[in-house]
Design a protein around this ligand. Structure first.
Ligand SMILES: [Zn+2]
Ligand SMILES: [Zn+2]
Length: 224
C-alpha cells in the first residue's frame, strides 16, 4: 500500500529540500522569541518588565508565550498548515511547542485549542490549533480538552479589524465555555499565531468564568 508520503512527499517549506517539512538548516535559522520580553504578553521588550500595553489592559490571561517571531520560514510553515491543507506538518510544528512547555514549565494540567469560526471550520475541514494540541498532548502526556470553548457571536475576521482596540472589541465575549472539565484546572491555551492577543484573552475570560485557575497562552509564533 502506498503511504501518505507517496502522495505528499515531504519537502522543506523553507528551501525545498526533500525528506523534511522543515530541514535542519531551516530549523536552525528560525527566529525564536528570546528574553528579555514582557512577562505577560511575551513580546520582546528591552526592559523585561511589563510593557505599557499590558499595564493598561485588564487581563484574564496569566501570560502568553510564543516560540517564534511570525516571519520567514515559520510564517510559510503556518501558511501551509492553514491554507494548503498540509496537516501533516502539524506534528513537526507542535514539537516546538511541546519542547517549549517542558523547557519553560508553564503551569498547565490540560491543553485547550482556540476554536475556529464554525464557517471556517466547515470550509477548511480542520482546526489547525486542534491539530497542534493533539500532537502537543501526545508528546507531553497532558490531556487535551477540545470543544470546550465555543464561539457565541460572529466576530469579523481579525485581519479586517485595523487597530488593536478594534480587534479587542471585535472578539470581546466572543467565546463561551460550559464544560466542567476546565473547573479548578490550570489551562494551556494553544493557537498557531498570536496577533493582538485579543482572541486568546477572550478565550481566557470564558475559561476563567467557568472556573479555570490559570490560563497561559502558547502560540507557535507571534506578530511583533
Ligand atoms: Zn530547508
Ligand atoms: Zn506586555
Amino acid at each position: 500500500m502506498l503511504g501518505v508520503d507517496s502522495f505528499f512527499p515531504k519537502q522543506c517549506v523553507g528551501c525545498g529540500k526533500r525528506g523534511w517539512f522543515l530541514c535542519p538548516d531551516c530549523r536552525a535559522g528560525l527566529a525564536r522569541v528570546s528574553p528579555p520580553f514582557c512577562p505577560r504578553c511575551g513580546r520582546p521588550q528591552m526592559s523585561g518588565i511589563m510593557c505599557a500595553r499590558c499595564r493598561r489592559s485588564r487581563a484574564d490571561l496569566d501570560g502568553i508565550r510564543s516560540v517564534f517571531i511570525f516571519e520567514g520560514v515559520i510564517r510559510e510553515a503556518i501558511h501551509q498548515l492553514k491554507y494548503h491543507n498540509l496537516r501533516a506538518i502539524s506534528s513537526c510544528l507542535a514539537e516546538f511547542q511541546a519542547a517549549y512547555l517542558s523547557a519553560n514549565s508553564l503551569p498547565g494540567e490540560i491543553v485547550v485549542p482556540v476554536p475556529l469560526h464554525p464557517g471556517k471550520l466547515k470550509q477548511r475541514g480542520y482546526n489547525q490549533s486542534s491539530l497542534l494540541v493533539r500532537e502537543i498532548c501526545h508528546l507531553t502526556q497532558l490531556p487535551a480538552v477540545e470543544d470546550c470553548l465555543v464561539r457565541v457571536k460572529r466576530s469579523r475576521p481579525q485581519v479586517e479589524a485595523s487597530s488593536a482596540e478594534e480587534r479587542r472589541e471585535n472578539v470581546a465575549d466572543a467565546f463561551a465555555c460550559r464544560d466542567g472539565r476546565v473547573r479548578g484546572k490550570r489551562v494551556i491555551l494553544v493557537d498557531d499565531v498570536r496577533t493582538s492577543g485579543a482572541t486568546l484573552e477572550s478565550c481566557a475570560g470564558a475559561l476563567k468564568r467557568e472556573g479555570a485557575i490559570s490560563v497561559w497562552g502558547l502560540t507557535l509564533a507571534c506578530e511583533i
